[in-house]
Design a protein around this ligand. Structure first.
Ligand code: MTE
Ligand code: MO
Length: 397
């Protein structure tokens, strides 16, 4: 029997009836007070203190478990460690979901409504793909946004592993009239999002992040990840996909399209201190929801001249790309900035270009108070280095 035939038979006979119903969950020997826990799971050096912080713009605190930001200035390479991955949950705590009791339902305009336990999903074909997730609201809000974490920290990049959504849709026989879907999470407000079927089918039903099960804040045990889509579409704690003829206007609904190209210098960056005149390697991150990064230019003289940065491998579509540029800082006050171009031809605009396009004031577009519906905030971002070596957000000076 071909594997495809036997997969079909597995889905016919078992999807809908949890194979593991009644199975005894493995006992967990995790006890944080046990000093051995540190080596059993792994904890970082006590000198490494980088953490997520809460989003000043969203005006909430960890007490309400609000949005948190990735400390971009502390990262290397392209992968975000899961404990530092920003999170957006609209004020709710992550639901505490027992994977043995978890069920995903696919229904609506399908020939065969299916339900899956997590164990059943893990028997299906899987892919692993490195992709970034970026929130629609990833832009500086106030003058207090001094570091890359505050100005650009609603982006992160992981290797996601899970079932291609196209496989699931083939198995349940999604009907041609089903050009839309409604995808719903199990959090407090049942976050749901209408996603066009064509876009959803590019995505993954991810159960793993950087080789391990998803973290609770990232949607444990199951979430959607769609390459390049606005963050909002990547529904976490996913438990239901309904195939529909048209979008539903759910309370948390917004429409968005693939994000354009963006970059940020993370070293040296706001809040850091230069160690005097001399040699430095400038480092930063670039990404695009519409393709792979083609080039990144860096200016060390406020935008008068641009030098081509080195792109570090791997350079992947819809993933963070690391760039660098060797530089001799002569100790004088200057402004550094980066400008990325993707392989679809998109380039980061200056604030002045955005203002001209929208016929609005430069100040308002810098603050994202005026924008066009087809673009997200992705303008070239400047850091000012003063003669005392301090580094500052220069967007509003
Ligand atoms: N169920 C659920 N999924 C959700 C959200 C949510 O509040 N609930 N927030 C969305 C938003 S706005 C973003 S930007 C991404 C962020 O993914 P992360 O929290 O893993 O970084 O999750 C999306 N998925
Ligand atoms: Mo978001």
């Amino acid at each position: 029997m071909t594997t495809l035939k036997s997969r079909r038979r597995f889905l016919k006979t078992s999807a809908g009836v949890s194979l593991l119903a009644g199975a005894v969950p493995a006992t967990r020997a995790h006890d944080a007070s046990n000093p051995l826990a540190r080596s059993a799971y792994g904890a970082r050096s006590s000198y490494d203190t980088s953490v997520r912080v809460s989003d000043l713009g969203s005006n909430c605190s960890f007490a309400s478990d609000c949005n948190t930001l990735t400390p971009l200035q502390d990262l290397h390479g392209i992968i975000t460690p899961p404990p530092l991955h920003f999170n957006s949950a609209h004020g709710a705590f992550p639901p505490d979901i027992n994977p043995d009791e978890f069920t995903l339902y696919i229904h609506g305009l399908v020939d065969r409504p299916l339900k899956f336990s997590l164990a059943e999903l893990k028997r299906l074909p899987f892919i692993s793909r490195i992709m970034h997730i970026e929130c629609e609201a990833n832009y500086p809000h106030t003058h207090q946004d001094t570091t890359p974490q505050h100005t650009h920290g609603k982006v992160a990049c992981s290797e996601w592993t899970g079932v291609p959504i196209s496989v699931i849709m083939d198995e349940c026989g999604a009907q041609p009239a089903g050009t839309w879907t409604v995808c719903e999470g199990m959090d407090r407000d049942l976050h749901s999002k209408s996603i066009p079927m064509a876009s959803l089918k590019e995505g993954i039903l991810a159960y793993a992040q950087n080789g391990a099960p998803l973290m609770p804040h990232q949607g444990y045990p199951l979430r959607i990840v769609i390459p390049g889509a606005g963050g909002f579409s990547n529904v976490k704690w996913l438990h239901r996909i309904k195939v529909t003829e048209e979008p539903y206007l759910t309370p948390s609904e917004r429409f968005s399209q693939k994000f354009s190209v963006k970059s940020i210098i993370t070293f040296p960056s706001g809040g850091q201190q230069m160690q005097g005149r001399g040699y430095y390697t400038i480092s930063g991150m670039a990404w695009s929801g519409r393709g792979a990064i083609k080039t990144v230019d860096v200016s060390v003289d406020g935008g008068n001249t641009w030098l081509q940065a080195k792109l570090e491998d791997p350079v992947l579509p819809t993933a963070i790309t690391r760039f660098s540029l060797e530089w001799f800082w002569d100790g004088s006050e200057t402004v550094i900035k980066s400008r990325a171009l993707d392989d679809a031809g998109n380039i980061q605009p200056t604030p002045e270009e955005v203002a001209q396009k929208l016929n609005a004031s430069v100040d308002l577009v810098k603050r994202n108070r005026v924008r066009s519906p087809d673009t997200q905030w992705n303008m070239i971002f400047p850091w000012r280095i003063k003669t005392d070596g301090s580094v500052h957000n220069d967007l509003w000076t």
